[in-house]
Write a protein that binds this ligand. Structure first.
Ligand SMILES: [Zn+2]
Length: 244
């Protein structure tokens, strides 16, 4: 967790500080190492419904981009408390999901947050995808994919909330480099200099076979659409320069 609670304020982790979990109220310990972004964790033997999952660097990195009030936002509905990873100023929740999730849990969250999108961390799984560019308009590339080992959970359901796959730490896995070069020359809107290769993939359809289609766009376009007004001030320049 990026923020814990002390005297009803959200506070960031610092060495030797103490604060409590905004969900279960138990005391949390600051994790202030060299590698991961500084964050809070529960004590080893404590369970908490909110953070029984290990929070990855990927979670923290996305959360750290937005302002404090938009990060880990408490939302209560019918006496049930959930902590939304990111909530923008139009009340849209962005749920960050690193590990496979059950349909039941997906439904629960979709019912709780009226307006939400899913962002799945697919960076470690990108080798399981094979993509083919099928066409483009001024804004998007239309791509079919073959997902080698699709999660049972995700392939055969009708999604209520849009699903995005984050491949932004990797290049998309095109057939081969020459095809990629050819495609990139053809799509003048996609100069794809090294930092612009960061891609987000929106799933439009997945069949039982693991095949499906969707659209690919640059990560900064995703950020512009859903996070523009809630970004930390220090990132505004980077967004303008196309560097996020
Ligand atoms: Zn807790």
């Amino acid at each position: 967790m990026l923020y814990a609670k002390k005297n009803n304020e959200k506070i960031r982790a610092k060495p030797n500080k103490t604060a409590s979990c905004p969900y279960c109220e138990k005391e949390m310990i600051p994790k202030c190492g060299d590698i991961k972004i500084w964050h809070w964790a529960h004590k080893h033997n404590q369970t908490c419904d909110y953070s029984n999952k290990v929070e990855t660097y990927w979670h923290l990195k996305w959360k750290k981009m937005v302002k404090e009030k938009n990060c880990e936002v408490r939302t209560e509905k019918k006496d049930e408390l959930k902590i939304a990873d990111i909530k923008n100023d139009s009340e849209k929740v962005i749920e960050l999901q690193h590990s496979p999730i059950s349909i039941r849990e997906m439904r629960k969250r979709e019912n709780h947050y009226d307006d939400m999108i899913w962002l799945f961390d697919m960076n470690e799984r990108y080798d399981n995808f094979h993509f083919k560019i099928r066409g483009e308009d001024s804004k998007n590339q239309y791509v079919t994919f073959n997902w080698k080992w699709p999660w049972e959970k995700i392939k055969n359901i009708k999604y209520r909330s849009p699903i995005f796959f984050d491949f932004s730490n990797h290049l998309m896995n095109y057939d081969n480099w020459s095809e990629l070069d050819y495609e990139l020359k053809r799509f003048k809107n996609y100069p794809f200099s090294s930092y612009q290769r960061k891609c987000i993939f929106q799933i439009k359809k997945i069949h039982n076979s693991g095949r499906g289609w969707g659209i690919v766009f640059k990560k900064n376009k995703f950020i512009l659409k859903y996070m523009k007004n809630i970004l930390q001030d220090r990132l505004k320049e980077e967004l303008k320069e196309n560097m996020l």
